[in-house]
Design a binder for this molecule. Structure first.
Ligand code: IMP
Ligand code: MG
Length: 179
């Protein structure tokens, strides 16, 4: 276990099982629907790559970079900075947003509204983790890997100060290493 990890919340083995289940749900729902998966950089990478390889359908994969927390600071305003251009079709498309975690729900809500405004036929959300107690709106993800308590976690895409995304498990970040 990495020294900055206070406790492992989801093991590597559990992650595999969880992702397999979510992939099955998505495959079932989109069997007869063309769709575009949009991964939110950078946290989506491990989840999206494991998930996408298991969904045996034909679909497009795109990425968007949106800004979120700095460090463990969860105070944020209601405006979302979309750093990359949406240079792929949205109008009349079925979109599946993929992210590492839904916390306040603000990022995903703003993005979802924007994509619907751009004419998306549907926008659904898949997240590996759901920190329900952190929610500041009524948004629910359509596909959830697992719910976690309101603690700052790292690993499997989730970072503290851009580090620890490569840990193969989800761990609670030990606040004594806060910079
Ligand atoms: P929100 O749902 O708009 O609050 O934002 C979710 C984003 O905040 C995620 O995509 C993560 O990048 C980041 N985030 C939220 N909780 C955590 C955490 O516990 N560890 C690391 N990043 C987090
Ligand atoms: Mg993120």
């Amino acid at each position: 276990m990495h020294k900055v990890v206070k406790k492992v919340l989801v093991t590597e083995k559990e992650l595999k099982k969880i992702i397999k289940r979510v992939a099955g749900e998505i495959e079932f729902d989109y069997k007869y629907t063309d769709f575009t998966m949009i991964g939110l950089l950078k946290g989506c990478i491990p989840f999206l790559s494991s998930l996408a390889l298991q969904i045996k359908l034909d679909y497009k994969i795109e990425y968007l970079s949106v800004s979120s927390y700095e460090g463990t600071d969860s105070r944020k305003n209601d405006s979302l900075n979309i750093k990359t251009q949406i240079d792929f079709p949205i109008k009349d498309q079925h979109i599946l947003l993929v992210d590492d975690i839904i916390d306040s729900g603000i990022t995903l809500q703003i993005l979802k509204d924007k994509l619907l405004e751009m004419g998306a036929k549907s926008v659904k959300i898949a997240v590996l983790l759901d920190k329900k107690e952190g929610r500041k709106n009524s948004l629910e993800a359509d596909y959830v890997g697992t719910r976690i308590p309101n603690e700052f976690v790292i690993g499997f895409g989730l970072d503290y100060d851009e580090l620890y995304r490569n840990l193969p498990y989800i761990g609670v970040f030990d606040q004594k290493y806060l910079k």
